[in-house]
Design a protein around this ligand. Structure first.
Ligand code: PEP
Ligand code: MG
Length: 500
């Protein structure tokens, strides 16, 4: 039986056994204060233990899991739930009431970052309630597709090794679970109907899932999968175009190198900063950057200096706004990062770029600062470039003559130009594409005239129809998440088919 996919949150093609995982909704009856309190404490302890053990097994998800651990072990959560139990409410009802209260106040926050935390609370509530009912959601099949109402990140992390695909009823493109699925290379699709059965195929590119397919369909997809596994895990030949990767840590970098990307177009260093509750020392940072540089060797690696504000907050920095103020207000942290990066520049394969640049004065100020640090320490000076992701920089592009390279950040740029938020669907951008490409044409001309390397590192680069338009505009270098190499291959192939 074929079902239409309503929305693709993470691309892919997979087939395997189908496991139905229904969420637990029942609120049970109150037994006694003593009994409910005991259950509550046991469930909280078990939840905290589970999160701790997940943290050990998944160092790449530490940032996310630390936040979960803090919420689950908050003594106020326990106290407030016990107060409700004393009013003769069951542990389940008490937890729901307290955590729904947290979620409501987070959802009212103006900051996107705080609103996102509401998803974390909902994730923990789900885990606590499962533990309250002593109910393990088992996914014991080695590689299976799961069908869920809503995909909770903790469920995904726990069963990361077994899940090869997810069919859900609800979810958003920028939800934590969707971002994780894209980074783990697990397709996640939304389907309205009930999808019950024993076996499933998710074909996100064609836009449908098949439940209990026929033998002929299975045979056909076996062949397609063989091809896809070859094609989706390795860059296809692409002449003088650069296939670049966006990474957040050295594990992502390993993947990008295994998939044969030409270099790293964006290393989001703030993700490293977000893993701790204190600034990383010079030595700690140097270790990370030099390991990255040594791994990349003959391929270039573009470190973006920490980019915080809005949706990305670093616990020990106060940042109201992304951009240069973060460096001016935290000069020691900025200089420590610059020194640690440049000391690691032993292969001359490093590029450093600054985010959210608005004017040439800002860019030159940061560039001069970087040059001074390099000279003072006798470091090899890397290429110094900028992200183009503000309106002001876009209209004054001709002034950035000193930038060695430019990388277009379409996520922030489209937000600035058209008010397209990260939570909006891709469809919302489509009506603005003509205007966006019209505005980017002078950037392409400027880079061609002065022989500057130009790339796109925002999410639009990984949408084949739009990536093709970047190629048509003359932007040859696209930077995408490593797991999206297949989409980059596809965009390149489609572009070449038409242009031949
Ligand atoms: C962008 O804004 O397009 C970008 C790549 O940067 P980030 O998503 O990290 O803000
Ligand atoms: Mg940005």
């Amino acid at each position: 039986m074929k079902y239409e996919i309503k929305s693709v949150l993470s691309q892919g093609l997979v087939m395997g056994n189908l496991v139905n995982v229904s969420s637990i909704n029942q609120d049970d009856n109150f037994i006694s204060e003593e009994y409910e309190t005991k259950r509550l404490v046991k469930a909280i302890d078990k939840t905290v233990c589970e999160i701790k053990s997940l943290k050990e097994k998944n160092p790449d998800l530490e940032e996310y899991l630390v936040a979960e651990e803090l919420i689950a072990s908050d003594p106020v959560l326990k106290e407030n739930a016990i107060k409700l139990i004393n009013e003769k409410k069951s542990a389940c009802v008490a937890l729901r009431e307290v955590m729904n209260g947290y979620m409501d106040s987070l959802l009212e926050a103006t900051s996107e970052y705080m609103r996102e935390r509401a998803q974390d609370v909902s994730d923990i509530l789900n885990r606590l309630i499962s533990n309250l009912h002593d109910r393990e959601t088992t996914v014991d099949d080695n590689s299976c597709i799961v069908s869920v109402d809503y995909l909770y990140p903790s469920f995904l992390i726990t069963h990361r090794q077994s899940i090869i695909g997810v069919i859900a009823k609800k979810g958003g493109f920028t939800s934590h679970a969707a971002i994780m699925c894209r980074s783990f290379d697990i397709p996640l699709v939304l389907v309205d109907e009930e999808t019950k059965g024993n076996y499933a195929i998710i074909d996100a590119r064609k836009g449908y899932v098949i439940i209990d397919p026929s033998d002929a369909e299975i045979k056909k997809y076996h062949k397609e999968l063989e091809l896809k596994n070859k094609y989706d895990k390795l860059a296809i030949p692409h002449s003088d175009y650069l296939f670049l990767a966006n990474v957040s840590n050295n594990l992502d970098l390993d993947r990008a190198l295994n998939y044969n990307f030409d270099g790293i177009g964006l290393y989001r260093t703030e993700m490293i900063f977000m893993n701790t509750d204190r600034p990383y020392t010079f030595d700690e940072q140097y270790q990370i950057y030099s390991e990255a540089v040594n791994k990349a060797k003959d391929k270039f690696i573009t470190f973006r200096t920490f980019d915080c504000g809005d949706d990305k907050q670093i616990s020990y920095l106060r940042s109201d706004k992304k951009g240069i103020d973060n460096y001016i207000n935290n000069p020691v942290i900025f200089e420590t990062q610059l020194r640690a990066m440049m000391k690691a520049n032993t292969y001359d394969n490093m590029r450093i770029m600054f985010p959210m640049i608005e004017s040439c004065a800002e860019f030159e100020y940061l560039r001069d600062w970087t040059i001074k640090v390099a000279k003072r320490n006798n470091f090899n000076l890397p290429k110094i470039g900028m992200m183009l992701e503000t309106k002001e920089a876009l209209v004054n592009i001709e002034s950035f003559i000193k930038a060695d390279f430019i990388s277009i950040g379409t996520n922030d740029l489209t937000k600035e130009l058209y008010g397209i938020d990260r939570d909006n669907s891709i469809e919302d951008i489509k009506s603005h594409l003509d205007d966006l490409f019209y505005l980017l044409k002078p950037v392409v001309d400027f880079c061609n005239k002065y022989d500057k390397c130009l790339s796109v590192c925002g999410e639009l680069a990984s949408i084949p129809d739009i990536a093709k338009k970047f190629y048509e505009l003359g932007i040859k270098n696209l930077s995408v998440s490593p797991s999206l190499i297949g989409l980059l291959n596809l965009s390149y192939e489609e572009y070449n088919k038409v242009s031949k």
